[in-house]
Ligand binder design. Structure first.
Ligand SMILES: Cc1cc2nc3c(=O)[nH]c(=O)nc-3n(C[C@H](O)[C@H](O)[C@H](O)COP(=O)(O)OP(=O)(O)OC[C@H]3O[C@@H](n4cnc5c(N)ncnc54)[C@H](O)[C@@H]3O)c2cc1C
Length: 456
């Protein structure tokens, strides 16, 4: 075995790992990146990008179906899933090519193969030993399942669901969080009968309660079945479908079962513990500067407990490269990371929910601006709201939104919360008319005591 020496060795080329490698190379550090599959990881190949492409096809299907409501005569002849897949794969393919181009232009050695941490400064890949002054663990996550629930055949996770070549006529989805509701939305728009089974009392349980309530109402209108507070018990598969039993004794029959119960850290068998790195139920805990307990070893992205989002991975990767280069970057705080769920209607949020804010502050004020008063939302025929949460007399600490296309407003919401803006500050800034962006301005105007298109 030969030793190759680098300033930084990154294990895993997903959002976190590739961002770290690119930034480290920009900073003049010598970098090796180990990837066993495809550069781009979950987000590009099995996550954000392909699902959002499907959601766009779904949105177009809805628009064709509902064209008559805005005076456009159209009829939906059907969904050609193979054409949907080529469109989705084309988007992924072009972005993948672009990413490979970025790596081609950067001085980064890409090592193909499965790597493991052989010592605190060494990643072993086949017969190569990559020795780094710094090692960055970025192996990401994988779709988990429930005890006794085996994936295979008609029981699948998002990985297999993205590769379906025939549209099912009915689906049961276990899990009403982000991935579950996004697939529910796509399939419903494609004409599939969908039932979501969620063990907790509400859909998207990590969000502010008002978003769950409004999403459930919108899904009911779309005839998506939502069984909340319902626990999965077992599933039987046959040639023609699945029979899903719930704890309550109820059974649901469908063509497929999608298991969307979260993602587990990918750390097993990779030598982390043997090299002295603390691993907690598979996760690699770090301090706020993303150092693990072992000097010189960092962990980033989905492997680190917290929000599992691609932009968190990018930010972690850039942070660690700059930390290694001695630039003393600002830590990334999970509560300041914007979150979007791209179902129809979309959800977007940043900061504390009302319930969380009440735990942090003595007094909390909130305001819910109904999109009924927002011109652009009326034009789009979407219901929804923007909810602001502020410490009484203090800054806005949470923004929670629901409505078609509302995800595009997450940028301003993020600046507002992260810059600790007061409603009075945001109210003084002009929001262009007629946009959904105005709803953020209107909510701030109201919370600052001077509502315009809303009641005080
Ligand atoms: C269906 C779905 C939809 C999603 N939608 C969104 C979204 O809209 N927005 C959003 O922000 N996030 C979304 N996510 C989450 C997002 O994809 C992840 O948060 C992000 O990919 C995490 O990046 P990462 O670098 O930590 O891990 P990953 O992207 O999982 O990358 C880890 C990489 O490490 C490689 N690897 C693992 N072990 C080894 C080894 N031993 N040797 C070599 N290589 C190894 C893997 O092959 C992989 O390429 C979605 C996820 C899913 C599943």
């Amino acid at each position: 075995m030969s030793d190759d020496n680098f300033d930084v060795v990154v294990l895993g080329g997903g959002s976190g790992g590739y961002a770290c490698a690119l930034r480290a190379a920009q900073l003049g550090l010598s970098v090796a990146l180990v990837e066993k599959d495809k550069l781009g990881g979950t987000c590009l190949h099995r996550g954000c990008i392909p699902t959002k492409a499907l959601l766009h096809s779904a949105e177009v299907a809805d628009h064709v179906r509902d064209g008559g409501a805005v005076g456009v005569k159209a009829s939906l002849d059907g969904i050609d899933l193979s054409a949907v897949n080529s469109y989705k794969d084309g988007v992924v393919g072009r972005l993948y090519k672009g990413l490979q181009g970025l790596f081609g232009a950067a001085k980064i050695e890409i090592v193909e193969g499965s790597g493991r941490l052989a010592a605190k400064d060494t990643i072993e890949v086949g017969d190569r030993r990559l020795v780094g002054k710094h090692v960055v663990l970025a192996t990401g996550s994988y779709a988990r399942t429930l005890p006794g629930l085996e994936i295979g055949g008609r029981v699948m996770t998002s990985d297999q669901a993205l590769g379906l070549t025939d549209l099912p006529s009915s689906v049961v989805i276990i899990g009403g969080s982000v991935i579950g509701v996004e697939f529910a939305s796509v399939w419903r728009s494609f004409g599939v009968d969908v039932t979501i089974v969620e063990a907790l009392p509400r859909l998207v349980p990590a969000e502010d309660e008002v978003l769950s309530k409004n999403l459930e109402r919108a899904f009911r209108k779309r005839k998506i079945g939502c069984k909340t507070g319902a626990k999965f018990s077992s599933v039987e598969q046959s040639d023609s479908g699945v029979k899903v039993s719930l704890d309550s004794g109820e059974t649901l029959e469908a063509d497929l079962l999608l298991v969307a119960v979260g993602r587990a850290p990918a750390s097993e068998g990779l030598g982390f513990e043997e090299a002295g790195v603390t691993v907690d139920k598979g996760w690699v805990p770090t301090d706020e500067r993303l150092h693990t307990n072992v000097d010189g070893v960092f962990a980033i992205g989905d492997l680190v407990p917290g929000l599992q989002l691609a932009h968190r991975g990018f930010a972690h990767g850039i942070f660690v490269a700059e930390e290694i280069a001695g630039l003393e970057p600002m830590p990334i705080v999970d509560s300041g990371i914007p979150r979007i769920t791209y179902c129809n209607p979309e959800l977007a949020s940043v900061g504390l929910t009302e319930a969380e804010a009440k735990e942090h502050y003595d007094e909390v004020e909130t305001y819910e601006y109904n999109l009924g008063g927002n011109g652009r939302s009326q034009i789009l025929k979407t219901a929804g709201l923007v909810k602001l949460v502020r410490e009484k007399g203090g800054p806005i600490v949470g923004v929670h939104m629901i409505g078609e296309r509302i995800g595009e407003q997450a940028g301003e919401a993020s600046l507002t919360v992260n810059w600790e803006a007061y409603p009075e500050d945001v109210a003084a800034l002009l929001h262009p008319h007629p946009t959904q962006n105005e709803a953020l301005g209107e909510a701030s105007l109201a919370l600052a005591g001077k509502p315009l298109h809303s009641h005080a």
